[in-house]
Write a protein that binds this ligand. Structure first.
Ligand code: PHE
Length: 343
């Protein structure tokens, strides 16, 4: 096979390769280098020029020039096709619906807190906050827990120092508020509380409470009842009933615990897993502020009376949303939290 045949053969192969070449950046570049590169096929044949007999040099030159032109044009057209393809891929259709960014959602506890605070805001309660690390004085002593009194044990306290604790309830905010404000006082105090309890489905080492306090002249127990009726009906629904059970807290006298009628069984208790057959669900503690507590904050118990109440937010959220394990509220499991998106 003489050099002319070789070139013709090579042209043939070039055409075959060209017809099968994908429109792909790397494939086109490899193809270009293979034919037009410094060590490429075209160059290779041009280098053979000397070996061509003089009388056929012209003919060979023509053949090679046309080959080179053919390849150059083919590569140019491939590059153009590639360019168009890339442009098409880059094309952004602004009319297509967008992809939604991942959105967080409000935590069921925050939602519960906000809803409760809003109900009380509407009837004139403002918000007060207090420290989570609290002195024994505010957490116990000023609230009429006598020293060494067994009532302290019921609070399962975390101690920071001898006289410093993680607050076991939001009631110390009652005292802090009464120290700095004179009656009438009408506040709600939300916050995190801590107790050294064995953790299970309904107990956790930290939880939240909302404390309510109202001090003025002639405040009565019936006003406390009215306020709590209003709250329960607004928050849980008009059809929900409540009952007050006598109870004990060192800082209120008389004291009561409030139950609401079970909204799962409608209060009849029949085979109800939520109220365990009793028909009632406990939601808060309350009472008339003990005169000793008023005196400790320099408020004259002869002149003023008041009521206080405290509710556990986790418990209320669990009842409201049918959550059966308190630990879910602290697990940060997105699968759990996602379910509250529409709240
Ligand atoms: N602090 C009490 C508790 O944690 C609740 C409470 C608050 C009771 C105010 C009466 C009045 O259990």
């Amino acid at each position: 096979m003489d050099i002319f045949d070789e070139v013709k053969d090579s042209k043939q192969k070039f055409q075959e390769e060209l017809s099968e070449l994908p429109i792909d950046e790397k494939a086109i570049e490899d193809f270009r280098i293979k034919y037009l590169g410094k060590k490429g096929i075209i160059k290779h044949y041009f280098n053979q020029f000397g070996k061509v007999p003089n009388d056929r040099k012209k003919e060979f030159g023509k053949l090679m020039n046309s080959f080179k032109q053919e390849v150059t044009q083919a590569v140019e057209s491939l590059e153009q096709k590639l360019n168009e393809k890339q442009k098409k891929q880059e094309f952004f259709d602004y009319t297509l619906p967008g992809t939604r960014p991942v959105e967080g959602s409000i935590h069921p506890l925050s939602k519960t807190m906000d809803d409760i605070l809003n109900i009380f805001k509407d009837i004139g309660f403002s918000t007060e906050l207090g420290p989570e690390v609290e002195t024994d004085y505010y957490n116990f002593q000023a609230l009429n827990f006598p020293e060494n009194h067994p009532a302290r044990d019921t609070q399962d306290t975390f101690f920071v120092e001898d006289d410093v604790v993680l607050r076991t309830h939001t009631s110390p905010i009652q005292v802090r508020t009464m120290e700095k404000q004179k009656p009438p006082i009408r506040i709600l105090a939300p916050g995190r509380t801590f107790r050294n309890e064995a953790i299970d489905a309904s107990h956790y080492c930290t939880f939240h409470q909302i404390e309510g306090l109202y001090i003025d002249k002639d405040v009565t127990f019936s006003e406390l009842k009215t306020t709590l009726y209003l709250f329960v009906k607004k928050y849980f629904g008009e059809e929900i009933d409540l009952r007050f059970r006598p109870s004990f807290f060192p800082f209120t006298e008389p004291s009561a615990e409030v139950d609401i009628s079970c909204f799962k069984c409608g209060g009849n208790g029949e085979q109800c897993s939520l109220c365990k057959g009793s028909g009632w669900l406990e939601i808060l503690g309350c009472g008339m502020v003990d005169p000793n507590v008023l005196s400790a904050s320099d408020i004259d118990p002869e002149k003023y009376t008041g009521y206080a109440f405290g509710m556990g937010i986790e418990r209320i959220a669990m009842l409201k949303y049918g959550i059966d394990d308190i630990r879910l509220l602290y697990g940060s499991d997105k699968r759990f939290l996602k379910q509250f998106k529409q709240l």
